[in-house]
Design a protein around this ligand. Structure first.
Ligand SMILES: Cc1ncc(COP(=O)(O)O)c(C=O)c1O
Length: 380
């Protein structure tokens, strides 16, 4: 029996999307490809709510995050970055190792720094080149709820604003142009419900111009090459992973058929059902109330819930895959990816499997949790 993939990525991929990969290989230097590529770019712009350029890297999310750093950041550049988990830590370290100076605004895991601290950093450090923000910190299930205000701050202080939206785009609000985001990065295998391997990035006009007049020495992830190949040929500079393009195209069709607003609402409703029902079981969410993610649901383990035993029961007995904690949180929290296709079926099956696994481990719980979830999902 197939697994229900409730991981923080990759997530369940609809059959329509998987089947799209069976289309035949075509020449990536042909009109057939150009039509496909232009179509994907235009749909991606709609999903990102941007008029900016879209570059479609066939890498995982890290490749796209890295490409933003190596094309934008120069030696000695100051970069402000809120740090509250594994992915923001990794990004800050990458900025430093590339020669930039990461100005880390730390917050306890599960929380976001107060926005005042970020403004203070702009005041204290003159000439800040960029603000990087991991919109959804996947390692802790924490979402920054003031991204629009960060966009305003960047406007005020003349910095670039870059969003790592790898684990959230397609599952929560993200109007890229409206929020003043200069570079927005995501990946196919999370809330867009496509297979892993495609990572789209949006780049607005002023950032593109900056990159064109300050070229990066690198080759494969050189975004200037992508701009040029798209403008001159409507092609990618290097061989694209075609089957993944087909799948990503179909995933975008599904997003646009559903409509972005409706999709976000569905994610909110499923997150609400998870938070309410798991809390009714006696568990507590890891993230603070104002930072709780609608796509990654992280809960603290109770006494008697051994991470390995619990998740083995879920996967072997109930065929439900969820993730454990990252780094210091290993063994302390579990994380559910509530994204992409997620609907009543996914939530009910996951919640009831968790309830049963807790009982099997002899942990005190409450079966009312199931009717709490049912109630929250009534009209879905
Ligand atoms: C916020 C965030 N950034 C970056 C990445 C790296 O993405 P990938 O594993 O696709 O390289 C992830 C992966 O989970 C992520 O959640």
């Amino acid at each position: 029996m197939e697994y229900l993939v409730m991981l923080p990525g990759p997530t369940n991929v609809p059959n329509r999307v998987m089947n799209a990969m069976l289309a035949p290989v075509i020449n990536h230097r042909s009109d057939d490809f150009r039509i496909l590529y232009r179509d994907i770019i235009e749909k991606t712009q709609k999903v990102f709510e941007t008029n900016g350029d879209i570059i479609l890297l066939t890498t995982s999310g890290t490749g796209a995050v890295e490409s933003s750093v190596v094309n934008l950041i120069k030696k000695g550049d100051k970069v402000i970055i809120p740090v509250n988990g594994e992915f923001s830590t990794r990004l800050a370290d990458l900025i430093d190792s590339w020669g930039g100076t990461a100005i880390r605004i730390d917050a306890p895991y599960g929380e976001n720094p107060p926005i005042g601290k970020i403004e203070e950093a702009f005041e204290v450090n003159k000439d800040v080149k960029a603000l990087y923000a991991v919109y959804n910190e996947t390692s802790t299930g924490t979402t920054i709820r003031y991204m629009d205000k960060l966009g305003n701050l960047c406007g005020k202080y003349g910095s670039f604003f870059i969003a790592d939206a790898v684990s959230i785009l397609g599952g929560d609000e993200l109007p890229v142009d409206k929020w003043n985001i200069d570079i927005c990065i995501t990946a196919s295998q999370k809330a867009l419900a496509a297979p892993p391997g495609v990572s789209p990035i949006s780049i607005n006009e002023r950032t593109k111009k900056y990159m064109q007049s300050n070229p990066s020495p690198i080759l494969y992830l050189n975004l200037n090459r992508y701009f040029r190949y798209y403008k001159e040929h409507t092609e990618t500079p290097f061989t694209p992973a075609l089957p993944l393009y087909y799948a990503f195209n179909e995933a975008l069709n599904l997003v646009l058929e559903e409509g972005i607003e409706k999709r976000i609402q569905r994610h909110k409703q499923c997150a609400d059902a998870f938070y309410s029902s798991l809390s009714a079981m006696g568990l507590t969410p890891f993230a603070k109330e104002d930072a709780k993610s609608n796509v990654i649901i992280a809960f603290n383990y109770l006494e008697g819930m051994d991470d390995k035993k619990f998740r083995t029961l879920l996967s072997d007995d109930f065929r439900v895959l969820i993730a454990g904690g990252f780094g210091n949180l290993k063994g302390k929290v579990f994380r559910i990816g509530s994204m992409g296709e997620v609907s009543r079926y996914h939530v009910m099956r996951t919640v009831s499997a968790i309830y049963s696994a807790m009982k099997m481990l002899g942990v005190n719980t409450n079966d009312k949790a199931l009717s709490v979830a049912e109630e929250k999902l009534k009209n879905l």
